[in-house]
Ligand binder design. Structure first.
Ligand SMILES: Nc1ccn([C@@H]2O[C@H](COP(=O)(O)OP(=O)(O)OP(=O)(O)O)[C@@H](O)[C@H]2O)c(=O)n1
Ligand SMILES: C[C@](O)(CO)[C@H](O)COP(=O)(O)O
Length: 243
């Protein structure tokens, strides 16, 4: 299998309440930067042949040095990200298209991942790549533990309660056949339409396309708020104790 990975790592980490000059991707978990864990998982995934990362301009040299030092040989380019996550992913898509034109070949699938999800495992990446090749699209998810309600028309009060047994919390990496992902992003750009994940673009512009569910455990967290750091340390200890 030949999958390319896009890692979106160009956010500002607003909800992490960072100090001036700090970057969420470079915070340390288990002695390594968050993004180091993330890249390592894709480096080790057998299905992945190339990795493209979008990050802030000032972090490009740091990530290039990290890749050289750590033997992340699959890293093909570190690109400047965009205003929104979707823009950062699109910048990587453009780089992949350039590579496709030069080489005359296309990857079977493209996997889009958040740099801030460091605990995805190489075998999970391979399984998502396999399922996205089989079905055209595959998204990892897990079951919410809390009951989820809409906010009401008066935003100070609740609206309806959603049926929890039909809900899933979606994560990344989200895998798509290359042409599907490229077309969905091109269409979104044309319409100026933004969503919080890539699968939502596919759902909107290719509603007939099934998106396969890949149920994961609860380790694939997105490091988002300060409370996630001690949780991430605990998950890291648990994962490494089993190695
Ligand atoms: N313009 C952006 C915004 C986000 N991301 C990336 O998308 C992933 C998911 O975003 P999130 O966890 O929300 O990160 P931030 O956008 O940095 O966080 P916040 O919303 O709190 O600012 C992260 O790996 C983030 O770096 C990106 O590449 N480009
Ligand atoms: C893509 C994502 O991680 C799926 O859960 C999520 O939507 C990213 O949202 P964010 O607001 O950019 O963190």
């Amino acid at each position: 299998m030949n999958s390319f990975a896009i890692i979106a790592a160009s956010g500002i980490g607003k909800r992490m309440q960072l100090k001036e000059g700090q970057s969420k991707q470079l915070l340390s978990i288990g002695g390594y930067p968050v993004i180091h864990h993330t890249i390592r998982a894709f480096q080790q995934a057998k299905s992945v042949t190339a990795i493209y990362i979008a990050t802030k301009e000032e972090n490009i040299p740091t990530l290039e040095e990290m890749a050289a030092k750590s033997g992340f040989t699959k890293l093909k380019a570190v690109i400047e990200g965009g205003k929104e996550r979707q823009d950062s992913v699109y910048n990587c898509i453009k780089a992949i298209e350039g590579q496709m034109r030069t080489s005359g070949t296309a990857p079977d699938t493209i996997l889009v991942h958040d740099g801030a999800r460091p605990f995805i495992q190489p075998e999970e990446i391979d399984e998502i790549a396999r399922l996205s090749m089989q079905y055209g699209a595959c998204v990892p998810a897990n079951r919410p533990k809390d009951t989820i309600k809409y906010i009401g028309t008066d935003p100070e009060f609740f609206g309806a309660t959603l049926e929890r047994s039909r809900l899933l919390q979606v994560q990344t990496p989200q895998g798509f056949s290359s042409s599907l992902l490229v077309q969905a992003h091109e269409q979104a750009l044309l319409e100026g339409w933004y969503a919080t994940d890539d699968a939502a673009l596919v759902e909107r512009f290719f509603p007939e396309q099934p998106v396969k569910i890949f149920e994961t455990g609860y380790h694939n967290i997105k490091i988002t708020t300060p409370e996630d750091i001690p949780v991430a340390e605990a998950i890291y200890s648990q994962i490494t104790s089993g190695r």
